[in-house]
Write a protein that binds this ligand. Structure first.
Ligand code: FES
Length: 105
C-alpha cells in the first residue's frame, strides 16, 4: 500500500511500484485533468508538480512520488478560476477538443 498526497489530500493506493503516476491519477483516482499525450515524456500534457517541480507523470513511477507533495491542475483552485485552468479551457475550445476533455480542464 502506498500513500500519495495529491492536492493536499492523502490517498491510499495498492498499485505496482513502476506504474506511471499518470495512470494512477487518471485510472485509479479518476483525476482526468492530467492528460495523456505522447506517453514518452515529450509533449507535456501529463505535467504535474512534485514538490513544486514540473514532472512528466507519464514517465514518472508512482513509487518515486510516495512522500512527495503532488499538485495537479485540479489542485490549482477549487472553483476552476486559476489562470492555468482558464487558459486550458480557452485553448481546448479553440482547438475543438472533445467534450470529454474540456469537462475537466
Ligand atoms: Fe506527453 Fe507525458 S504524455 S509528456
Amino acid at each position: 500500500m502506498k500513500t500519495l498526497k495529491i492536492n493536499g489530500i492523502q490517498h491510499q493506493l495498492d498499485v505496482e511500484d513502476e506504474m506511471p503516476l499518470l495512470w494512477v491519477l487518471r485510472d485509479e483516482l479518476g483525476m482526468t485533468g492530467t492528460k495523456f499525450g505522447c506517453g514518452i515524456g515529450q509533449c507535456g500534457a501529463c505535467t504535474v508538480q512534485i514538490n513544486g517541480q514540473a514532472v512528466r507523470s507519464c514517465s514518472f513511477p508512482v513509487i518515486a512520488a510516495v512522500g512527495a507533495d503532488i499538485k495537479t491542475i485540479e489542485g490549482l483552485s477549487t472553483d476552476g478560476k486559476h489562470p492555468v485552468q482558464q487558459a486550458w479551457l480557452e485553448r481546448s475550445e479553440e482547438r475543438r477538443v472533445g467534450k470529454e476533455c474540456r469537462s475537466r480542464w
